[in-house]
Design a protein around this ligand. Structure first.
Ligand code: PMV
Length: 319
Protein backbone atom coordinates (compact mmCIF):
# COMPACT_ATOMS: atom_id res chain seq x y z
CA UNK A 1 0.00 0.00 0.00
CA UNK A 2 1.72 3.27 -1.09
CA UNK A 3 2.70 5.45 1.82
CA UNK A 4 4.41 8.85 1.77
CA UNK A 5 5.46 11.41 4.36
CA UNK A 6 6.85 14.93 4.56
CA UNK A 7 7.85 17.44 7.21
CA UNK A 8 8.04 21.21 7.68
CA UNK A 9 9.87 23.32 10.26
CA UNK A 10 8.69 25.65 13.01
CA UNK A 11 9.49 29.34 12.66
CA UNK A 12 10.10 32.39 14.77
CA UNK A 13 9.69 36.04 13.90
CA UNK A 14 12.94 37.81 14.76
CA UNK A 15 11.47 41.30 14.40
CA UNK A 16 8.46 43.03 12.87
CA UNK A 17 5.39 41.06 13.98
CA UNK A 18 2.07 42.95 13.93
CA UNK A 19 3.53 45.86 11.93
CA UNK A 20 3.95 43.35 9.07
CA UNK A 21 0.15 43.02 8.88
CA UNK A 22 0.09 46.75 7.95
CA UNK A 23 2.73 46.51 5.20
CA UNK A 24 5.92 46.99 7.20
CA UNK A 25 8.78 44.51 6.70
CA UNK A 26 9.53 41.68 9.12
CA UNK A 27 12.29 39.11 9.50
CA UNK A 28 11.47 35.47 10.13
CA UNK A 29 13.73 32.45 10.60
CA UNK A 30 12.96 28.75 10.28
CA UNK A 31 13.57 26.53 13.32
CA UNK A 32 14.55 23.34 11.56
CA UNK A 33 15.10 21.20 14.69
CA UNK A 34 11.41 21.41 15.59
CA UNK A 35 9.03 20.04 12.95
CA UNK A 36 5.52 19.01 11.92
CA UNK A 37 4.99 15.75 9.97
CA UNK A 38 2.28 14.36 7.71
CA UNK A 39 2.15 10.71 6.66
CA UNK A 40 -0.35 9.47 4.08
CA UNK A 41 -1.39 5.88 3.41
CA UNK A 42 -3.61 4.90 0.49
CA UNK A 43 -6.87 3.16 1.26
CA UNK A 44 -7.54 1.02 -1.83
CA UNK A 45 -10.88 -0.15 -0.44
CA UNK A 46 -12.17 3.38 0.16
CA UNK A 47 -14.22 5.55 -2.19
CA UNK A 48 -12.72 8.69 -3.80
CA UNK A 49 -12.60 11.61 -1.36
CA UNK A 50 -12.80 9.28 1.66
CA UNK A 51 -10.04 11.10 3.50
CA UNK A 52 -9.45 10.25 7.14
CA UNK A 53 -7.36 12.64 9.24
CA UNK A 54 -5.80 11.65 12.54
CA UNK A 55 -3.91 13.98 14.86
CA UNK A 56 -3.48 12.48 18.32
CA UNK A 57 -2.00 15.67 19.76
CA UNK A 58 -5.18 17.70 19.14
CA UNK A 59 -7.47 14.66 19.68
CA UNK A 60 -8.67 14.78 16.09
CA UNK A 61 -9.90 11.70 14.24
CA UNK A 62 -12.30 12.65 11.51
CA UNK A 63 -13.17 12.41 7.86
CA UNK A 64 -12.43 15.54 5.88
CA UNK A 65 -16.06 15.63 4.69
CA UNK A 66 -17.24 15.92 8.34
CA UNK A 67 -15.39 19.21 8.91
CA UNK A 68 -17.19 22.51 8.29
CA UNK A 69 -16.11 24.30 5.08
CA UNK A 70 -14.59 27.21 7.04
CA UNK A 71 -12.19 24.85 8.89
CA UNK A 72 -8.54 25.18 7.84
CA UNK A 73 -8.26 21.64 6.45
CA UNK A 74 -11.17 21.69 3.95
CA UNK A 75 -9.92 25.10 2.77
CA UNK A 76 -6.46 23.67 2.27
CA UNK A 77 -7.77 20.65 0.37
CA UNK A 78 -9.99 22.82 -1.88
CA UNK A 79 -6.97 24.85 -2.87
CA UNK A 80 -4.86 21.71 -3.33
CA UNK A 81 -7.40 20.07 -5.70
CA UNK A 82 -7.57 23.29 -7.72
CA UNK A 83 -3.79 23.71 -7.89
CA UNK A 84 -3.09 20.16 -9.06
CA UNK A 85 -6.22 19.83 -11.22
CA UNK A 86 -7.51 16.66 -9.52
CA UNK A 87 -11.18 17.22 -8.64
CA UNK A 88 -11.56 13.98 -6.64
CA UNK A 89 -8.70 12.67 -4.54
CA UNK A 90 -8.21 8.93 -3.92
CA UNK A 91 -9.16 7.51 -0.51
CA UNK A 92 -6.41 7.93 2.06
CA UNK A 93 -5.57 8.08 5.75
CA UNK A 94 -3.46 11.00 6.94
CA UNK A 95 -1.59 11.03 10.24
CA UNK A 96 -0.37 14.40 11.47
CA UNK A 97 2.17 14.78 14.24
CA UNK A 98 4.24 17.71 15.43
CA UNK A 99 6.82 18.78 18.02
CA UNK A 100 5.91 22.45 17.58
CA UNK A 101 4.23 24.04 20.61
CA UNK A 102 0.64 25.00 19.74
CA UNK A 103 -0.52 28.63 20.06
CA UNK A 104 2.98 29.81 20.94
CA UNK A 105 3.97 31.96 17.94
CA UNK A 106 6.04 29.20 16.31
CA UNK A 107 3.89 28.64 13.25
CA UNK A 108 2.46 25.28 14.26
CA UNK A 109 -0.61 25.60 11.98
CA UNK A 110 1.39 26.74 8.95
CA UNK A 111 3.97 23.96 9.46
CA UNK A 112 1.23 21.31 9.55
CA UNK A 113 -0.24 22.79 6.36
CA UNK A 114 3.09 22.82 4.51
CA UNK A 115 3.98 19.27 5.64
CA UNK A 116 0.54 18.08 4.56
CA UNK A 117 0.73 19.80 1.16
CA UNK A 118 4.17 18.32 0.49
CA UNK A 119 2.93 14.83 1.44
CA UNK A 120 -0.23 15.24 -0.68
CA UNK A 121 1.92 16.30 -3.65
CA UNK A 122 4.05 13.16 -3.26
CA UNK A 123 0.90 11.05 -2.87
CA UNK A 124 -0.70 12.22 -6.12
CA UNK A 125 2.62 12.57 -7.97
CA UNK A 126 2.52 16.35 -8.50
CA UNK A 127 5.61 18.48 -7.82
CA UNK A 128 4.98 21.99 -6.53
CA UNK A 129 7.32 24.95 -6.49
CA UNK A 130 8.07 26.43 -3.06
CA UNK A 131 6.07 29.53 -3.92
CA UNK A 132 3.06 27.34 -4.81
CA UNK A 133 3.39 25.57 -1.45
CA UNK A 134 3.57 28.92 0.37
CA UNK A 135 0.57 30.25 -1.51
CA UNK A 136 -1.55 27.14 -0.89
CA UNK A 137 -0.67 27.13 2.82
CA UNK A 138 -1.89 30.74 3.01
CA UNK A 139 -5.46 29.39 2.60
CA UNK A 140 -5.35 27.62 5.96
CA UNK A 141 -3.60 30.61 7.57
CA UNK A 142 -6.65 32.69 6.65
CA UNK A 143 -8.86 30.20 8.48
CA UNK A 144 -6.63 30.29 11.58
CA UNK A 145 -5.79 34.01 11.71
CA UNK A 146 -8.47 35.97 9.83
CA UNK A 147 -6.14 38.54 8.25
CA UNK A 148 -2.66 37.02 8.18
CA UNK A 149 0.27 38.81 6.60
CA UNK A 150 1.51 35.55 5.04
CA UNK A 151 4.86 35.54 6.84
CA UNK A 152 4.41 32.17 8.61
CA UNK A 153 3.50 30.10 5.55
CA UNK A 154 6.26 31.81 3.54
CA UNK A 155 9.19 31.25 5.94
CA UNK A 156 8.05 27.69 6.61
CA UNK A 157 7.65 26.78 2.92
CA UNK A 158 11.06 28.27 2.00
CA UNK A 159 12.76 27.02 5.19
CA UNK A 160 15.18 29.91 4.89
CA UNK A 161 15.59 33.26 6.70
CA UNK A 162 13.32 35.79 4.98
CA UNK A 163 12.85 39.54 4.86
CA UNK A 164 9.13 39.68 4.26
CA UNK A 165 6.77 42.41 3.10
CA UNK A 166 3.12 41.68 2.57
CA UNK A 167 2.13 41.18 -1.09
CA UNK A 168 5.72 41.59 -2.30
CA UNK A 169 8.09 38.93 -3.62
CA UNK A 170 9.98 37.25 -0.81
CA UNK A 171 13.49 38.56 -0.12
CA UNK A 172 16.46 36.60 1.20
CA UNK A 173 19.53 37.96 2.96
CA UNK A 174 22.92 36.83 4.27
CA UNK A 175 23.77 36.12 7.91
CA UNK A 176 27.45 36.80 8.58
CA UNK A 177 27.83 35.60 12.20
CA UNK A 178 26.25 32.56 13.80
CA UNK A 179 24.27 33.07 16.97
CA UNK A 180 21.92 31.14 19.21
CA UNK A 181 18.31 31.92 19.86
CA UNK A 182 16.94 30.76 23.16
CA UNK A 183 13.19 30.29 22.86
CA UNK A 184 11.19 30.31 26.08
CA UNK A 185 7.53 29.39 26.32
CA UNK A 186 5.49 31.37 28.84
CA UNK A 187 3.02 28.48 29.03
CA UNK A 188 0.15 30.87 28.32
CA UNK A 189 -1.58 29.86 25.07
CA UNK A 190 -1.86 32.83 22.76
CA UNK A 191 -4.39 33.23 19.98
CA UNK A 192 -2.83 35.34 17.25
CA UNK A 193 -6.27 36.17 15.87
CA UNK A 194 -7.10 37.88 19.20
CA UNK A 195 -3.97 40.02 19.48
CA UNK A 196 -4.15 40.92 15.78
CA UNK A 197 -7.75 42.10 16.21
CA UNK A 198 -6.87 43.98 19.42
CA UNK A 199 -4.18 45.88 17.49
CA UNK A 200 -6.70 46.53 14.69
CA UNK A 201 -9.13 48.03 17.22
CA UNK A 202 -6.40 50.29 18.63
CA UNK A 203 -5.44 51.28 15.09
CA UNK A 204 -9.02 52.22 14.27
CA UNK A 205 -9.33 54.26 17.50
CA UNK A 206 -6.01 56.00 17.08
CA UNK A 207 -4.65 55.53 13.54
CA UNK A 208 -1.84 58.08 13.69
CA UNK A 209 -0.32 56.81 16.93
CA UNK A 210 -0.47 53.16 15.95
CA UNK A 211 0.77 53.81 12.39
CA UNK A 212 3.74 55.70 13.88
CA UNK A 213 4.56 52.67 16.08
CA UNK A 214 4.35 50.40 13.04
CA UNK A 215 6.69 52.66 11.10
CA UNK A 216 9.23 52.64 13.94
CA UNK A 217 9.08 48.85 13.97
CA UNK A 218 9.62 48.79 10.19
CA UNK A 219 12.74 50.96 10.57
CA UNK A 220 14.13 48.60 13.22
CA UNK A 221 13.59 45.68 10.86
CA UNK A 222 15.55 47.42 8.08
CA UNK A 223 18.40 48.05 10.54
CA UNK A 224 18.28 44.49 11.84
CA UNK A 225 18.69 43.13 8.34
CA UNK A 226 21.92 45.12 7.98
CA UNK A 227 23.16 43.99 11.39
CA UNK A 228 22.55 40.37 10.37
CA UNK A 229 24.43 40.95 7.13
CA UNK A 230 27.39 42.61 8.92
CA UNK A 231 27.42 40.23 11.91
CA UNK A 232 26.73 43.06 14.39
CA UNK A 233 25.12 40.92 17.08
CA UNK A 234 25.23 43.49 19.91
CA UNK A 235 23.41 45.98 17.69
CA UNK A 236 20.98 43.30 16.59
CA UNK A 237 20.23 42.54 20.24
CA UNK A 238 19.54 46.23 20.89
CA UNK A 239 17.06 46.37 18.00
CA UNK A 240 15.28 43.32 19.47
CA UNK A 241 14.99 45.17 22.80
CA UNK A 242 13.64 48.28 21.07
CA UNK A 243 11.19 46.16 19.09
CA UNK A 244 9.92 44.63 22.34
CA UNK A 245 9.31 48.13 23.79
CA UNK A 246 7.27 49.06 20.72
CA UNK A 247 5.28 45.82 21.01
CA UNK A 248 4.58 46.76 24.63
CA UNK A 249 3.27 50.10 23.38
CA UNK A 250 1.10 48.25 20.87
CA UNK A 251 -0.36 46.41 23.87
CA UNK A 252 0.54 42.84 22.92
CA UNK A 253 3.02 42.03 25.68
CA UNK A 254 2.08 40.73 29.14
CA UNK A 255 3.73 41.05 32.57
CA UNK A 256 5.07 37.48 32.30
CA UNK A 257 6.52 38.06 28.83
CA UNK A 258 8.15 41.27 30.12
CA UNK A 259 9.63 39.37 33.07
CA UNK A 260 11.05 36.69 30.80
CA UNK A 261 12.55 39.29 28.49
CA UNK A 262 14.15 41.11 31.45
CA UNK A 263 15.50 37.85 32.91
CA UNK A 264 17.15 36.93 29.59
CA UNK A 265 18.78 40.36 29.28
CA UNK A 266 20.06 40.31 32.88
CA UNK A 267 21.52 36.84 32.26
CA UNK A 268 23.62 38.22 29.42
CA UNK A 269 21.54 37.96 26.24
CA UNK A 270 22.37 40.48 23.51
CA UNK A 271 18.66 41.25 23.44
CA UNK A 272 15.25 39.70 23.97
CA UNK A 273 11.67 40.22 22.85
CA UNK A 274 8.33 38.50 22.53
CA UNK A 275 7.88 36.69 19.24
CA UNK A 276 4.73 36.19 17.18
CA UNK A 277 1.32 37.43 18.18
CA UNK A 278 2.10 37.99 21.89
CA UNK A 279 -0.48 37.90 24.68
CA UNK A 280 1.38 34.74 25.79
CA UNK A 281 3.37 32.25 23.74
CA UNK A 282 7.13 32.59 23.41
CA UNK A 283 9.91 35.07 23.89
CA UNK A 284 13.24 34.85 22.08
CA UNK A 285 16.65 35.82 23.38
CA UNK A 286 19.64 36.44 21.13
CA UNK A 287 22.53 34.78 22.87
CA UNK A 288 26.23 34.07 22.47
CA UNK A 289 26.98 30.34 22.61
CA UNK A 290 28.78 30.51 25.96
CA UNK A 291 25.79 32.16 27.66
CA UNK A 292 23.11 29.72 26.47
CA UNK A 293 22.79 27.63 29.63
CA UNK A 294 22.88 30.69 31.94
CA UNK A 295 20.11 32.37 29.94
CA UNK A 296 18.05 29.16 29.76
CA UNK A 297 18.34 28.70 33.54
CA UNK A 298 17.38 32.33 34.20
CA UNK A 299 14.32 31.94 31.97
CA UNK A 300 13.17 28.80 33.77
CA UNK A 301 13.60 30.55 37.14
CA UNK A 302 11.59 33.52 35.82
CA UNK A 303 8.63 31.24 35.00
CA UNK A 304 9.16 29.79 31.53
CA UNK A 305 7.58 26.34 31.24
CA UNK A 306 9.88 25.18 28.45
CA UNK A 307 13.12 26.50 26.97
CA UNK A 308 15.16 25.35 24.04
CA UNK A 309 17.88 26.72 21.84
CA UNK A 310 18.40 26.80 18.14
CA UNK A 311 21.57 27.79 16.35
CA UNK A 312 21.16 30.30 13.53
CA UNK A 313 23.82 29.43 10.97
CA UNK A 314 25.75 31.66 8.60
CA UNK A 315 24.10 31.94 5.24
CA UNK A 316 25.40 33.61 2.12
CA UNK A 317 23.04 34.84 -0.59
CA UNK A 318 25.85 36.31 -2.72
CA UNK A 319 24.20 39.73 -2.69
O1 PMV B 1 1.49 33.16 14.16
P1 PMV B 1 2.22 34.07 15.06
O2 PMV B 1 1.70 34.12 16.44
O3 PMV B 1 3.70 33.91 14.95
O4 PMV B 1 1.95 35.57 14.57
C1 PMV B 1 2.20 35.96 13.28
C2 PMV B 1 2.69 37.35 13.27
C3 PMV B 1 1.66 38.47 13.26
O5 PMV B 1 2.35 39.56 12.67
C4 PMV B 1 1.22 38.84 14.65
C5 PMV B 1 0.43 38.14 12.41
C6 PMV B 1 0.70 38.04 10.93
O6 PMV B 1 -0.19 37.53 10.23
O7 PMV B 1 1.74 38.47 10.43
Amino acid sequence: MPSVSATAPAKIILLGEHAVVYGQPAIALPVSDVRARAAITANPLGKPEEIEIISKRVHLRTFLSDLTPDHALPRLFDRFRLECGIPKLPAMAITISSDIPIAAGMGSGAAVSVALLKALGLFVGVTFSISQLASMAFESEKAYHGNPSGIDNTVIAYESPIFFKRDEPVNFFSILSEFTLVIANSGIPAKTIETVSAVRKRYEENPQVIAALHEQIGKLVEKARQYLEYGALTKLGETCNQNHSLLQELGVSTPLLDELVTAARLAGAYGAKLTGGGGGGNIIALVDENKVSTVEQALLEAGAVQVFSTRIRKISQNV
